[in-house]
Design a protein around this ligand. Structure first.
Ligand code: GCU
Length: 416
């Protein structure tokens, strides 16, 4: 769907703005050229980082570089949350899970809608369950075919019913959410509609958290990706109060734009035990300096609300960007990280995602941890690496059973 919208946008872009040149993505590896990457161990004006301790001390510097130049500043003001328990279904998924709904309200901003969190906890868990936290694209009702889940009442991308969810979208993305398998493997799955935090369109901020937090006059004001990442941390705040969830073992995960948010969330919030990036692409896992597939300029043009305005100043001059995405991935060290690509998803630059994951090795090395390992781009459908893992699956931009299978194995290694 998003791919389709993108295609549509690329076709109509010249009509929308006379100033915008038609964008032709480069898919020729020989045209990528050389692109020296900023060295995570060499912050400008600082001494070379040679220890884990020194890296920890430089984390704030690098996080601030991403805030200043890419995602915008995440407000640090504490926000009072009110957790309102909703319906509990003890025998969901044929008795295998307890399904819970919790609404997260913002006590200081009563006009703001809540984040409606949906949780499935395995019924056979003997102790608090480790969890995947993954925002969804079209409302909680999209991820499951269960008829009794309420339809989201928020703005949704589909124009079918004037941006309101309809029964038609129930279970529309269930294929990407193998709930039975996840709970059978002993994991809880926690989700919320990303549009609860901010509807995904340029004016969406007016009805989301960015309407009350941040400073729109600043070029480093946070963008929607920053808001979605922030929302993930607020959901984790709730999970820390839920005795059925092992809040020390919550994995931040996301697909595509939500993958970008999950990476930014995990980089900033060390409470996430690990991170999974499913085809997060440009502005997520892949290297901006590689001119392959989507580019910074194209990203900012098509999605002007996702990033800080400052990011646009690199549209035509990516080498001037003080960071690249391997440093974002490095900020997840020393925690486990999984970066996944899909072969046909050239727009996300699979090789750029691999090289970005590979370039975290010096930082993982400071902790005496093996990062990705293999120097060569792996064969399709082969998971490689150690504390940093990678695969490129056959097929299109998507979340498929093969991906989940790897993520569950990755999580197993983490919880045992
Ligand atoms: C578009 C966008 C990508 C994004 C993707 C998605 O294709 O250009 O950057 O990752 O949408 O979120 O599906």
């Amino acid at each position: 769907m998003f791919r389709f919208l993108c295609l549509l946008l690329s076709l109509t872009a010249p009509l929308l703005s006379a100033a915008q040149p038609t964008f032709v993505a480069n898919y020729d590896e020989s045209k990528v050229g050389s692109y020296p990457l900023p060295d995570p161990l060499m912050p400008p004006n600082g001494a070379r980082i040679t220890s884990a301790k020194a890296w920890e001390a430089s984390r704030g510097y690098w996080l601030n570089q991403f805030a200043a130049h890419v995602y915008g500043q995440t407000p640090t003001r504490p926000v009072r949350l009110r957790f309102q328990p909703g319906e509990v279904v003890p025998s969901a998924l044929g008795g295998k899970a307890t399904r819970k709904q919790v609404a997260i309200y913002f006590a200081d901003y009563p006009a703001l809608p809540p984040i409606n969190v949906l949780i499935y906890v395995p019924n056979n868990a003997r102790k608090a369950a480790p969890a995947f936290l993954n925002l969804n694209f079209c409302g909680n009702h999209c991820i499951s075919t269960e008829a009794d889940l309420p339809l989201s009442d928020r703005w949704v991308a589909s124009t079918a019913d004037n941006h309101r969810a309809t029964e038609k979208s129930r279970g529309a993305q269930a294929r990407r959410w193998p709930l039975d398998t996840i709970v059978a493997r002993g994991y809880a799955i926690v989700t919320a509609y990303y549009g609860d935090i901010e509807p995904d369109h340029p004016a969406g901020w007016k009805t989301g958290i960015r309407s009350v937090l941040g400073d729109t006059t600043r070029t480093d004001n946070w963008g929607a990706i920053g808001a979605w990442a922030w929302g993930m941390s607020r959901i984790l705040d709730y999970l820390q109060t839920d005795p059925t969830i092992d809040a020390k073992r919550v994995i931040a995960m996301g697909h595509s734009r939500i993958g970008k948010a999950a990476l930014w969330a995990a980089a900033q919030d060390k409470r996430f035990v690990a991170a999974i990036s499913n085809e997060a692409g440009e502005g997520g896992a892949s290297l901006a300096r590689r001119t392959y597939g989507e580019t910074v300029g194209r990203l900012n043009y098509a999605f002007p609300h996702w990033f800080a305005r400052q990011y646009r100043s690199y549209n035509e001059n990516v080498p001037a960007l003080p960071v690249d995405q391997h440093i974002l991935l490095s900020l997840i060290a020393t925690r486990p990280l999984y970066v996944a690509s899909a072969e046909e998803d050239r727009w996300s630059d699979p090789r750029g995602e691999f090289l970005s994951a590979k370039a975290t090795e010096p930082v993982y090395g400071l902790y005496r941890k093996t990062g990705l390992g293999p120097a060569e781009y792996p064969a399709v459908n082969t998971s490689v690496g150690k504390n940093v893992r990678y695969h490129v699956r056959t097929g299109p931009h998507d979340v498929q059973p093969f991906d989940w299978w790897q993520y569950l194995n990755f999580a197993d290694a983490l919880v045992k």
